[in-house]
Design a protein around this ligand. Structure first.
Ligand SMILES: [Zn+2]
Length: 251
């Protein structure tokens, strides 16, 4: 983890403090998070992590109460993308503050919470659309998307993502992007998603970056550790099953 990041293990099995120290507070070996990928040891996906350098940068804002350490994907997305940053918190004064470096905010977009209601038809099959504040698809798609250096993803449940959205007014000034995942989430039946087009955070990152770079082959490469996670999860019987009934957004 980079400086400033704080992750808290679910049910207190481990805490990773902002200064990088880890505090174990009990829990057996199978549930103690791996230091590399943050997953319970039994589900460790480090073997599939293969950091990829992308042109498009990814910034993940994670709600502090987002605590699904079993099936959450923000940390493995961050580990998998060298040009990414994961920060945990509720608000930051600016994009530069969240990112830890100065950038041209006009060249950044945020995956908007708005439903892709106008999606299927209006997108013309494109997985990523730039939209106006009223949700209307912008005319100059190719130019707008080509002008983006980075994208922001909000990690948490729907209500947590909404809280992040409203607590960070600078997000309103960025390009708004709507993702229509070209494939159903690999989560399958593991998570009851509020919408058919909901994707995990790592899937949203993979689809969006691949679309912006015009490199479809990036998707399976970025998703390798996520696929391994689900494979391990489905074949193992974790001592502690996560709650599956939470209404989730990108994770
Ligand atoms: Zn690991």
């Amino acid at each position: 983890m980079r400086e400033g990041e704080t992750a808290t293990a679910r049910r207190g099995t481990m805490r990773l403090m902002s200064d990088g120290t880890r505090t174990h507070e009990g829990g057996d070996a199978a549930t103690v998070p791996c230091a590399g990928c943050g997953k319970p040891t039994a589900l460790c996906v480090c073997a599939a992590l293969q950091p990829i350098a992308t042109r498009v940068a990814v910034l993940i804002l994670q709600h502090p109460q987002e605590q699904d350490r079993t099936l959450g994907t923000a940390l493995i997305a961050h580990r998998q993308l060298t040009n990414s940053r994961l920060v945990v918190g509720l608000s930051w004064p600016s994009l530069a503050a969240a990112l830890g470096r100065g950038v041209d905010a006009r060249r950044w977009g945020v995956l908007y919470l708005g439903a892709a209601s106008a999606g299927a038809g209006a997108s013309g099959g494109a997985p990523l659309r730039a939209v106006a504040a009223n949700g209307a698809t912008l005319d100059d798609q190719a130019a707008v998307l080509a002008g983006l250096d980075g994208i922001i993803l909000l990690d948490g449940s729907w209500s947590q993502a909404k809280a992040l959205w409203w607590r960070n007014p600078w997000l309103l000034k960025l390009r708004r992007l709507v993702l229509t995942p070209p494939a159903a989430s690999l989560y399958g039946a593991l998570r009851r998603e509020p919408r058919r087009d909901s994707a995990s955070t790592i899937e949203a990152a993979a689809f969006a970056v691949a679309a912006l770079q015009g490199e479809a082959s990036l998707v399976p490469r970025i998703l390798r550790p996520f696929a391994l996670l689900l494979e391990r999860y489905r074949s193992a019987s974790p001592p502690e099953r996560p709650r599956l009934d939470r209404r989730r957004r990108g994770r």
